[in-house]
Design a protein around this ligand. Sequence first.
Ligand code: PMP
Length: 428
Amino acid sequence: PYTGPPASEILKKRLRYLSPSFFHLYTHPLNLVDGKMQYLFDENGRRYLDAFGGIATVCCGHCHPDVVEAIVNQTNRLQHSTILYLNAAVAEFAEALASKMPGDLKVVFFTNSGTEANELALMMARLYSGSHDIVSIRNGYHGNAAATMGATAQCNYKFNVVQTGIHHALNPDQYRGVFGSDGSKYAKDVEDVIAYGTCGRVGGFIAEAIQGVGGILELAAGYLPSVYSSIRKAGGLCIADEVQSGFGRTGSHFWGFEAHGVVPDIVTMAKGIGNGLPLGAVVTTPEIAKVLTYRCYFNTFGGNPVSTAGGLAVLRVLEKEKLQENAFAVGSYLKERLTSLKEKHEIIGDVRGRGLMLGIELVTDRELKTPAKAETVHIMEQMKEMGVLIGKGGFHGNVFRITPPLCFTKEDAGMSPPPPPPPPPPPS
Ligand code: PMP
């Protein structure tokens, strides 16, 4: 049993000693003390079904024994070697990761987070192309350092910092976007951005295949192939941000971009790559990777033996347990069930996503698409009371995000609320 401080004490310390910009979910925030596969446990031992997975991060399951074993074994042997010596863990993981990539995407750079991965990718695109201008999509999220905060296109996550050389194109949002599901019309906007907002040459383009923070929005079909072609014509590189949509989460494919039939020049990843370890990566071609040979480029902790041993174990678990296939089967079933709920409940404006990356947008008026913000918070609280944790996102905070560990089962997906508590005993 848990013997640490209770939630109330932790909250006091958090308010006093941690960032004032932190926010927590729920009126009474949860003190989570244990995790086991798709379940989380609070200080009282109460079990919760985790349908958020640490924001699409836990892919194999919380504390998956194979991943824990790999981390512990490597920790006992050698935690840090610096990148200036040889170590098998980093080389083996790089090889395994490269084997999951299409085309000539074979060179891996390790980082500690998604922000770092995207910063590196944007810098490489700028160096390779010789152009500073980057196009990113409105409503996207790419990180919170200088270049990535620029590329992020939601005021909720931007501070008043200098944002240079970034152009935000129309979001090919099939629910609220001006052109509905017509990917080619949104793609034309990128051509216009290049023509009217730049010298005609660009450094690159960055996009998520399914916007995660933005509210599980899948880019309209036909958009990416057309945009990739325009960007390449203008001398730029195409970056796929797979921080949330990678590692089999979308079910139909291992990488989100694959559903759009494109091959990026640079792919970035984090979150699921380490099942919770601080780990990120950038994968690109040998030719593009060469841009980093003109100066010394290194990252002290990126590719450390412990994180990479854990990463390799994650890849092996994904394969051994067929978790991508599971994401497809369970995700399709859950989406079907959620879609049928939409027929019954006016408040559900949209059900979308793929595999175990699903979104439910709540609106108070289906025609006006008025965001049902308060209702979203209320339902989330109620689900917590029922023992289910889900996420929330979207620009207006009215989209449920369902991104559970990929070991989520059909039974979990179909979980019914517990029966009402028995009536109180009659007064004696
Ligand atoms: N890209 C995407 C698509 C993300 O969702 C996030 C994190 N929410 C990031 C990049 C940044 O990753 P990190 O928080 O690890 O820096």
